[in-house]
Write a protein that binds this ligand. Structure first.
Ligand code: ZN
Length: 274
């Protein structure tokens, strides 16, 4: 049993020293120290988007393809605001620490993230070493899926009314059929998501994992509410799993170590002991 915080830290540091490949698994908690909202709880969501409270719309209501069909200006107001926010956000120091750790390992790093914000790429992780299991806000697709093509959102510069949360600039359109375009993100009740680019990422991830002989997994800010990332990390808990989480750091002690704390502070603490 690893009871004390010091023992857990020492074990985590030893794993990081010995490993030849770093698998980073990340959830919404990874972005909080960069100033991003994690939409945890109804109150937090409405604080970020007060106009949606007036219409009694939850995150689940907004992250739904139905919203694009029924209230396209509001749907694009929400996602357009996020797109702009993620473009302007500077990744916190924890990202650079992870990159430095990866540089010391012969196989480098691979990222598995449920975040759609593109922050790992922005922090310098190469595109071909990231698997975005819920898609990316920086890509667009056709709302009616006339094609399985996706395209970059680079040319789309949303202008959002802060009071109404509606998009005021022209809507992005599918270049093939002219229908509304939507973010290439896996939403709730989403049958039309184009997941092909992410399946390719997943294949690259699987190939990378099989090439690594001493894998260490660093999971950051992945909560229990949407357990995709935690479940993925736990597949490798027979190897070495370091779970960093502000509120839900518990893990089976024989499988890994859980460190309670925020992403940036905990990564800095480990880095100082490495
Ligand atoms: Zn189309």
């Amino acid at each position: 049993m690893l009871d004390s915080h010091d023992e857990k830290r020492e074990k985590a540091v030893a794993w990081l020293r010995e490993a030849d490949g770093l698998l980073i698994t990340a959830g919404a908690g990874m972005g909080v120290d960069s100033g991003l909202p994690d939409f945890r709880g109804q109150e937090g969501f409405w604080r970020a988007y007060p106009a949606l409270q007036h219409q009694d719309l939850s995150f689940e209501d907004m992250a739904n393809p139905v919203r694009f069909a029924e209230q396209p200006k509001l749907a694009w107001g929400f996602y357009g605001h996020r797109l702009k926010l993620y473009r302007e956000t500077v990744p916190h120091d924890g990202f650079a620490i992870l990159r430095r750790w990866a540089d010391r390992m012969s196989h480098g790093a691979f990222v598995f993230t449920s975040n759609v914000d593109g922050q790992f790429q922005k922090a310098g992780f190469p595109e071909h070493r990231v698997h975005e299991c819920h898609g990316s806000i920086h890509a667009l697709q056709c709302l009616v899926t006339c094609t399985h093509d996706t395209w970059s959102a680079t040319d789309f510069h949303p202008l959002v009314n802060e009071t109404t949360s509606e998009l005021e600039s022209p809507m992005p359109r599918c270049p093939r059929c002219g229908a509304l375009a939507r973010p290439n993100i896996l939403m709730f009740g989403d049958w039309g998501w184009v997941g092909l680019p992410y399946e390719k990422q997943q294949q690259r991830l699987a190939a990378w994992i099989s090439s690594v002989s001493k894998l260490v997994v660093v999971e950051v800010g992945a909560g229990k509410a949407l357990p995709t990332v935690r479940r993925f990390s736990e597949r490798f808990s027979a190897q070495r799993l370091i779970r960093i989480n502000l509120r839900e750091s518990n893990t089976n002690p024989s499988h890994g170590v859980g460190l309670g704390g925020s992403a940036a502070a905990t990564l800095k603490m480990l880095d100082a002991h490495l």
